[in-house]
Design a protein around this ligand. Sequence first.
Ligand SMILES: C[S@@+](CC[C@H](N)C(=O)[O-])C[C@H]1O[C@@H](n2cnc3c(N)ncnc32)[C@H](O)[C@@H]1O
Length: 341
Amino acid sequence: MSVKLSDVLKDADKSSGVDSSLSEYKAHFRNAERGESDDEKSEHQTVNNLYYDLVTDFFEYGWGKSFHFAPRVPGESFKASLARHEHYMAHTLGLRPGMVVADIGCGVGGPLMEIARFSGAKIVGVNSNAYQLERARKLTREAKLADLADFIHCDFLSVEAPDESFDAAYSIEASCCAPDKVSIYREIYRLLKPGACFGAYEYCMTERFDASNPHHLRIKADIQLGGGLLIIDDYQTVDDALRTVGFEVLETRDLTLQAGPSIPWYQPLAGSGISFASFRSSRIGRSVTHGTLRVLEALRIVPQGSVRVADTLNLCAAAMAEAGRLEIFTPMYFVHARKPA
Ligand SMILES: C[S@@+](CC[C@H](N)C(=O)[O-])C[C@H]1O[C@@H](n2cnc3c(N)ncnc32)[C@H](O)[C@@H]1O
């Protein structure tokens, strides 16, 4: 079903404060980036919450209920590719009925619902953003999946659940929001039963990223600011962190490097906007959204500041598309690891 821009923003009941929240987000982001915050971990939470309060409606409008990228092949719809990426995670982890599985950084529950349906496992979504959890609870109820879904409102660096309480855990483009990989992987390791597996799609700068190239650095900085990301690690840092906390690494690989015909993961951000499925997230679609928002903002139908939020996301989308084209960034460094039995 199509979602109207004014409806999603109205639904959020955020009639004021968007403009000041965006300024606050940018100030916190710059402080945290410069290491000028008193408490790095709580600063990272603040940045994350401000960011997702601001952008969740835009993501749902422009992308859907699953806030991630996916490998896609010719002839496959955008929606089908997202579901296939989620099924791949469920399949690799061997999820099945009777298992209790943590979804670390669950967004509004798009992947959680698809994976619960696909596997029959009970999925517990962990998220620190209250607004997203409210949406996730509503959406799972509407989808009649409440029996297979549960939620914990907390920081994923200190999850309110006992040691060894999960049969598996996954994180889809969410552990990338942690201030460092060792902290988040250590917490996931604690939550898993001995012998249980963890899977992730991580954001990474690839081996083509050149830290002495100003253009590369500019792109990385725009992805970070527009994506609410205080760091973006490389492959090696991810692999090392998994081993540091005790995981046995079964497989890590960049899924953008698969052989065979494929549609680039960043195509929905860069495309011409001809395909309806990705029109809203494409360059032309974003420009139409920008124009519509200006009118809606002037008429006070959407909160003041909505255009600035959309512009910040556009900056990130353009940077991601360029990073994808240059192959210096991947949103799908696949991780499959096991806690030793
Ligand atoms: C890019 S979204 C991905 C959401 C979801 N996995 C999906 O694919 O639709 C990142 C998610 O991580 C969550 N997140 C970021 N930092 C967090 C933290 N410190 N504690 C809990 N959740 C966090 C955000 O609130 C958001 O839901």
